[in-house]
Design a protein around this ligand. Structure first.
Ligand SMILES: *Cc1c(COP(=O)(O)O)cnc(C)c1O
Length: 232
């Protein structure tokens, strides 16, 4: 059983950090949404955090997430992990959001496989902002072209961008990557003024303050809510 006392303390701490970062950045606290990343954590831990008012949860691994979604279909589930083609159908059927669109083919499949009775799937383009060879995501230069193509897909609602910058303790470097993401989103908003491109998913346990200072609208927090993971 999870330590509910500890979880609620963690949750309060994260909420306080978000509030303070918003204050410092002169942003309303409602402009930043907390996504609780529950990957590898049991449904009991999800239930404990949901009880505190949290509605949105992020998952990376399809198999374990489907069990949790079956138990809590009332919550809003975001898929944030790497996507293999053979997983798109199940993702299209079970999630409200997908943050990790890193190939056009994945977006096309999700659109085709989104059940007609569900609202459009909210999606974000993952950007490889540090241009790391090991990382998935579009190169920033590709973003406009991909954006145009994804906007044309019928059953998806493209909402913006997501990034996982290189982990670093260097606060200046954190700000730099997030600021580049903000600029890229602004560029796309100008190019596609009729699209609802209002979302920047960036910032994790170690860098949520920098992300909020640079305009994050969703921060994805795992460790600092649920504790360290046994596997990643
Ligand atoms: C695991 C994960 C997170 C949460 O990271 P923490 O450092 O544990 O807060 C956020 N985003 C993605 C894409 C992840 O895979």
């Amino acid at each position: 059983m999870p330590d509910v006392e500890q979880l609620s303390q963690n949750f309060e701490n994260v909420q306080r950090r978000i509030m303070q970062a918003c204050e410092k950045a002169n942003r309303p606290v409602e402009s930043v949404q907390l996504l609780a990343v529950s990957k590898t954590k049991p449904i009991d831990a999800v239930n404990a955090i949901a009880k505190l008012g949290q509605t949105d949860f992020g998952e990376n691994y399809l198999q374990e997430s489907l069990q949790k979604i079956t138990e809590r279909p009332d919550l809003t589930w975001h898929f944030i992990g790497p996507i293999q083609s053979n997983k798109t159908k199940s993702i299209a059927e079970n999630f409200a959001w997908v943050h990790s669109i890193d190939r056009l083919k994945i977006a096309e499949r999700l659109s085709r496989q989104r059940p007609k009775e569900l609202p459009p799937l909210h999606v974000l383009l993952e950007v490889n902002i540090d241009n790391e060879a090991s990382k998935s995501g579009f190169h920033p230069d590709e973003a406009q072209d991909i954006c145009e193509k994804v906007l044309a897909l019928p059953n998806l609602e493209l909402r913006g961008l997501m990034a996982i910058p290189q982990a670093t303790d260097n606060v200046e470097k954190q700000h730099h990557a997030f600021a580049q993401m903000h600029q890229l989103l602004e560029h796309l908003q100008k190019k596609f003024p009729n699209a609802q491109l209002d979302t920047l998913s960036m910032g994790m346990s170690g860098d949520l303050e920098a992300a909020i200072a640079e305009g994050a609208t969703i921060v994805r927090i795992g460790t600092d809510i649920f504790g360290a993971r046994n596997y990643s």
